[in-house]
Design a protein. Structure first.
Length: 438
């Protein structure tokens, strides 16, 4: 799979902005030097979308800058998006998340599901049950035989989640269990209807209840060039069909859709992306069918040995107007963001590797919280799904984690605990994807 949650390939570089970026870099170098001299600031020596030159894990703006740094090839790399005067503070202090939550769940470290075992680290860090939903991925079956096998796997995980009292967020991606994208036009025409019906029937027969199902995200990122088509009518028809099968067997279970903030005119090209209305993808979805709307947006930077502008501003890659417009069209008041901040990108090529400073990551998360609060002020309930997996050793070659092996006193851990503290204070639930599996 080219694209997974928190990863994006985005082959575009804007060389025309180099001069202005270079001037900005020179002016702001002293600012960062002062910031790192502050004894309250966490110091560091120097991580979702494959690259946009990402899926549900792919991603509008508070502007942050990254000082020019020399890559291993010796070439100066500069990235745009300065911190604006109206941006939230990027002072990085280690705000403890201990004492903010109910007691941690016992036994997670020995769970079968790798997502639950990894969740144990987060609970240990905050000494509490800090995650409102933990997510994982399932394929879409296209035969009745595959439906039985896939349902058995999903049921095992859902039942284990329920045994620990952890609410799941399930991304049902339109690919098979071997990673092959399925034909969304055949999907719409009914070629997989018998498999879909059998899948949800088998889940029920395997002992899954409505409550155990949690929330299912059908065909995530359907407006991105990662599946066989990004046609709005095909997307909405496939989503409606699947949710109807889901609620045929689990009428009280929750369903959600996730669209990327940037849409693309073709399923075969990353060119021409724009932050335009998502309403075309919602046509034909009956009011009341979907329970929650997810908006996806991730930061991105070009390789370190290329000049160009980065996308580091949540008010740009998570535009509230697109989220509120979509939720109103669906007749719902629940919105969630799917986002993250990378530690490093292009980790398998030292000449290309881009590393974010902790202050930058904190500033981005502050910006995400600002976007969430803006939607809260409009009367929406808002959650943040954080993609935090280290995918350095995969073909995506990005690290979205906040620590390498386990929570520590490092600056990445401080970024995470500060974000958790601020989200809890703002009454914004945290959803999480992280796992030991690569």
């Amino acid at each position: 799979m080219v694209y997974r949650l928190g990863q994006r390939v985005r082959p575009k570089v804007n060389k025309l902005r180099f001069l202005s970026v270079f001037v900005f870099t020179c002016l702001t170098g002293s600012m960062f030097a002062i910031a790192y001299a502050d004894p309250l600031v966490v110091r560091t020596s120097t991580f979702p979308e494959p690259h946009q030159v990402y899926s549900a894990a792919g991603n509008s703006e508070v502007k942050l800058s990254r000082p020019g740094t020399a890559s291993s090839s010796g070439r100066l790399s500069v990235v745009a998006n300065p911190v604006s005067s109206s941006s939230p503070s990027t002072d990085l202090v280690n705000d403890s998340c201990t004492g903010l939550f109910s007691p941690p769940v016992t036994g997670l470290a020995t769970a079968i599901a790798p997502e639950l075992r990894k969740l144990a680290q987060y609970e240990q860090l905050c000494n509490g049950n800090l995650v409102n939903r933990s997510s994982f991925f399932v394929p879409t079956p296209i035969t009745v035989a595959a439906a039985a096998s896939d349902a058995s796997d999903a049921a095992t995980k859902l039942i284990e989640y329920a045994s620990f009292g952890i609410k799941p967020l399930v991304f049902m991606e339109p690919d098979t269990d071997n990673g092959t994208n399925i034909d969304l036009n055949l999907y719409q025409a009914g070629a997989y209807d018998s498999a879909l019906d059998a899948y949800f029937a088998d889940l029920k027969a395997d002992g899954v209840t409505d409550a155990m199902m949690g929330m299912w995200v059908i065909l995530p990122e359907g407006n991105m060039p990662i599946w066989t088509t990004d046609d709005p009518a095909t997307y909405s028809a496939d989503v409606v069909k699947t949710i109807q099968f889901q609620k045929k067997y689990f009428p009280s279970s929750l369903s959600a859709i996730l669209l990327n903030s940037e849409s693309y005119p073709s399923a075969s090209s990353w060119s021409g992306g724009s932050y335009s209305s998502l309403l075309p993808y919602l046509q034909g979805i009956p009011t009341g069918l979907v329970d929650s709307f997810g908006l996806q947006g991730f930061p991105w930077a070009p390789p370190a040995d290329q000049l160009g502008a980065a996308d580091y501003d949540p008010s740009v890659y998570l535009p509230t107007n697109l989220a509120s417009e979509a939720a109103k069209a669906l007749g719902i008041s629940s919105i969630w963001f799917n986002t993250g901040t990378f530690n490093q990108m292009y980790t398998q090529n030292s000449a290309e590797t881009v590393t974010l400073q902790p202050l930058q990551r904190q500033g981005m998360l502050n910006g995400v919280l600002a976007q969430a609060k803006a939607l809260q002020a409009q009367g929406f309930s808002v959650a943040i799904h954080l993609f935090a997996q280290n995918k350095s050793n995969t073909s995506e070659a990005d690290d979205w984690s906040y620590w390498q092996t386990s929570p520590n006193d490092g600056p990445g851990t401080a970024v995470f605990t500060t974000f958790v503290h601020q989200a809890a204070e703002a009454n914004i639930p945290l959803w999480l994807f992280d796992t030991y599996d690569q």
